[in-house]
Design a protein around this ligand. Structure first.
Ligand SMILES: Cc1ncc(COP(=O)(O)O)c(C=O)c1O
Length: 449
């Protein structure tokens, strides 16, 4: 297994050919989940004492298993927040996989960490964070949010004078991503609910009203969202920053989806105030065209995060004094250098290409909004801030949405799922793939007529 042989040569050629063929598909087949029983019929028992051989396992993956996975990068995959990695980023993922890089410490992965940090620096620059800002690429927005809030609470604990509060607390609107409630549950802290304005945005006066009506002892952070998942709404980060500055609170900005648009001049003004955040996240595996899984977690003052997160033990002492140990900035130790595919693509294409690609998706989102307005059987719920377009099909029940969505997927045509808002079932397009065209949008809307 660990010797290079003729079999390895054959397998390498087959795997590279598979990857090349996947790149040539335009579009890729949408595919989709199959029931376990059907997979058992098709794939059967795959793990045996003698093994089936690499080429047979690859064939099984290509013919059966991969076909039971949805192609999230399909141009009509518009559900949740999809992904659309660049070819350069995906190709470089093969290199990262082949390179056995340990990305947790400078001692072991200095070159990779240097490159990842340059990619983080670009994100810090478009966000307007100061020179000293820094962080780490973690697995996803969920872990990024949790790690940032753990750093925030650690900072509050350290600074607090007197006895600890009965409960530690954060403040957020109901538009915050589900991972914020999960983080609160993991940390055993409370969430003070903040009423958004009519546009669904967290505002300064909403924060003050929430604080007036709550016991704020133990409140240590405000979570603002730069691009909510359901609607793509950008909170008023400037107002949140002002309140946080006045109250001595940590401002965490969840830009997992939306903060990619910091690179898009047409909407950059919506993010005013993000430069005052104590921490923010953006997932390159969403709208910054990197493969899964990759969340950029940035801190204004990374030292606060390091003291909260760095693990200590005798066997870790050789790592101390490393110029930058990424593992010290989140809840992780061993880590894949998962920022490298993103770094490679940005290094290869340059940042202007990112601006162009993100602006293109915004253009298609604006087209979608206009097209929905122009059709009598659908109704736009809100002008999109970014590239999530939410609408209702007049006269449809929840069951109608589900059977329509199912039909589109089974026909290999599109992946568009329902969502709910205020108890109503509706649907949405999350447009982050520069391959998604106006024609795709019109074709999907036609199926609702
Ligand atoms: C605003 C927001 N925050 C956090 C997350 C969680 O990110 P992940 O799925 O990478 O954990 C998402 C996912 O869609 C999101 O949209």
């Amino acid at each position: 297994m660990h010797r290079h042989s003729q079999e390895t040569e054959r397998l390498a050629a087959a795997i590279l050919a598979y990857a090349e063929e996947r790149f040539r598909l335009d579009p890729v087949p949408l595919d989709g989940a199959k029931p376990h029983d059907e997979l058992w019929q098709l794939a059967g028992q795959t793990i045996t004492e003698d093994g089936m051989g690499g080429e047979a396992a690859l064939a099984l993956f290509g013919d059966v298993l991969s076909r039971a996975c949805l192609s999230i990068d399909h141009p009509r995959s518009l559900s949740f927040i999809p992904a659309a990695p660049t070819e350069a980023a995906t190709l470089f993922d093969l290199v990262v996989g082949a390179s056995s890089i340990y990305g947790g410490s400078w001692l072991e992965g200095a070159g990779a960490v240097y490159a990842e940090n340059q990619a983080l620096r670009w994100i810090a620059d478009i966000g307007g964070l100061p020179d000293g800002a820094g962080g780490v690429f973690v697995q996803g927005g969920t872990l990024g949010n949790l790690s940032a809030l753990v750093a925030a609470r650690h900072t509050a604990r350290t600074r607090r004078e007197g006895p600890p509060p009965a409960r530690w607390k954060i403040a957020a609107t109901g538009g915050a991503h589900s991972s914020i409630a999960t983080a609160a549950s993991v940390m055993d802290i409370d969430v003070i609910p903040v009423e958004p304005d009519k546009e669904g945005r967290l505002r300064g006066d909403g924060l003050w009203a929430a604080f007036d009506g709550a016991d704020t002892d133990g409140l240590f952070a405000v979570v603002a969202t730069a691009g909510t998942t359901n609607f793509g709404i950008v909170d008023r980060l400037d107002e949140a920053a002002a309140v946080c500055a006045e109250c001595g609170l940590w401002l965490h900005v969840d830009g997992a989806y939306g903060a990619a648009a910091l690179a898009a001049p047409s909407v950059r003004h919506l993010f005013a105030g993000i430069e005052r955040a104590d921490s923010f996240i953006v997932d390159p595996h969403k709208w910054l065209f990197a493969p899964f899984d990759c969340c950029a977690l940035l801190y204004r003052d990374p030292e606060l995060a390091r003291v909260a997160h760095a693990q200590t033990a005798g066997y870790l002492e050789p790592l101390e004094g490393g110029e930058w140990n990424p593992s010290d900035y989140a809840i992780n130790l061993s880590r894949r250098a998962r920022g490298l595919p993103f770094w490679f693509s940005v290094a290869a294409h340059g940042t202007r290409a990112y601006t162009t690609a993100i602006e293109r998706t915004l253009e298609v989102a604006r087209y979608a909004a206009e097209e929905i307005r122009s059709r009598t059987y659908v109704e736009l719920l809100r002008d999109p801030d970014l590239s999530v377009v939410v609408f209702r099909r007049l006269g449809w029940s929840p069951a109608d949405y589900y059977s329509w969505s199912d039909r589109l997927m089974k026909a290999n045509f599109a992946f568009v799922t329902p969502t709910t808002h205020n108890g109503e079932t509706i649907t949405r397009f999350a447009i982050i793939n520069p391959r998604t065209s106006e024609t795709d949008i019109a074709a999907i809307l036609d199926t609702m007529a």
